[in-house]
Ligand binder design. Structure first.
Ligand SMILES: Cc1ncc(COP(=O)(O)O)c(C=O)c1O
Length: 378
């Protein structure tokens, strides 16, 4: 019996009927972009939902990252992680900044504060950590390092929608935090993103920059860009917000099923239970010890059975050709990141999955690992 492929994620799409009234209202008003009513409403509603004071919406997370870096007026080196989606580092390049890679922590897979500090030079201006898979960085240590060296601290929080630590929203940390609302994310607007900041002046700066630098019809005061979110996506975001808590709860149940089924499976490590006070269960990475070839063989076995697990984040960003020649990209300097990239497999996790789907994935993993062990003995 053929089954539908199980993708690593699927976009949360509420019933189309629920979206129709918003579409009708946009058609009636004729205002489809340029800071319309749904854009402003989503900014207010999201800020309240996320427990932050100021938030500026963007067309996507990459433009949000670039605009955040631009708003801080940075130039020089930025210490960042090689274990992320490539947009984290690309945003630096687009802003004329030089990435300096530092190694990660083997448990959280986020930047290791001591490695960050060792990478700082007189040219360093900022730190750009990522809350990878929504797992909180060591925010206290990073804050101290940034303060000690007078560096800006910008969090790539693309995976951290709704995540909280003991003190509240994770997005309160750093000078700025950047979210992605791409279709692969827990909360999405097809394409979209946001920058979270701490005061109205920075919010004004971000708003200026994302709209070409216009302050009124004829006055341009910044070399801005077009990074605005349009009304369709903003309206869809308002609809998504009604469903996102239920979606995160469904993800939590998938996470629990996986943990129950995979416990004790030899050769495979599940992620630690998230240390966050509130997680979003956006990803379910497992680690297959025994080298990249073994991990790739397990991934291929799943794929043969229509389970599209993904090797996020392989290759490391530091291995891409535009970064590989940087001194900080030398493999010997990033051993933990390399080990993670060689062993990780992100399993499908999304609200439409059933308990049976988890059982099927776990059975395929057991089969693949058993086969590898048998082959190794031959
Ligand atoms: C860690 C990280 N940073 C940045 C981005 C870029 O966001 P976007 O795709 O919305 O441009 C993504 C994902 O897409 C991401 O996973």
């Amino acid at each position: 019996m053929s089954r539908a492929p199980l993708y690593v994620t699927r976009p949360l799409l509420p019933p189309l009927e629920e979206f129709r009234p918003w579409l009708e209202s946009i058609w009636q008003s004729g205002q489809v972009t340029n800071g319309g009513p749904y854009h402003d409403e989503l900014e207010r509603t999201l800020a309240a939902h996320l427990g932050v004071e100021h938030l500026s919406l963007f067309a996507n997370g990459t433009l949000a990252l670039m605009t955040a870096l631009k708003a801080l007026g940075l130039g020089g080196e930025v210490v960042t992680t090689p274990y992320s989606f490539v947009a984290t580092t690309h945003a630096l390049g687009w802003c004329g900044l030089t990435p300096v890679f530092a190694d990660i922590d083997p448990v959280t897979l986020n930047l290791r504060p001591d490695a960050v500090e060792a990478a700082i030079t007189p040219a360093t201006r900022a730190i750009l950590p990522v809350h990878v898979y929504g797992v909180p960085c060591d925010t206290a240590a990073l804050r101290q390092i940034a303060a000690r060296h007078r560096l800006a601290l910008v969090y790539d929080a693309a995976h951290a929608f709704g995540v909280a630590d003991a003190g509240g929203s994770l997005l309160r940390h750093g000078d700025l935090s950047v979210l992605s609302f791409h279709a692969t994310k827990v909360f999405h607007t097809f394409e979209g993103g946001a920058v979270v900041c701490h005061d109205a002046a920075m919010k004004r700066e971000l708003d200026l920059l994302k709209n070409f630098g216009f302050v009124d019809e004829t006055t341009v005061v910044r070399t801005g860009i077009n990074a605005k979110m349009d009304e369709l996506r903003a309206a869809f975001g308002l609809l998504q917000l009604r469903h996102v808590d239920a979606a995160i709860e469904a993800r939590r149940q998938i996470d629990a099923h996986y943990r129950a089924h995979l416990a004790g499976l030899s050769g495979l490590r599940c992620p630690q239970q998230p240390a966050a006070a509130r997680s979003n269960h956006g990803y379910f990475p497992v680690f297959i010890d025994g080298g990249r070839a073994l991990r790739d063989a397990v991934a291929a076995h799943l794929r043969e059975h229509d389970v599209m697990a993904r090797r996020y984040f392989h290759p490391l960003i530091s291995d891409f050709p535009m970064y590989a020649a940087l001194p900080s990209a030398a493999p010997a300097r990033l051993p933990v990141a390399r080990q993670a990239a060689d062993s990780v497999l992100c399993l499908p996790i999304h609200p439409q999955m059933s308990a049976d789907d988890c059982t099927r994935v776990a059975a395929l993993l057991a089969e693949a690992l058993g086969r590898q062990r048998r082959d190794a003995r031959i």
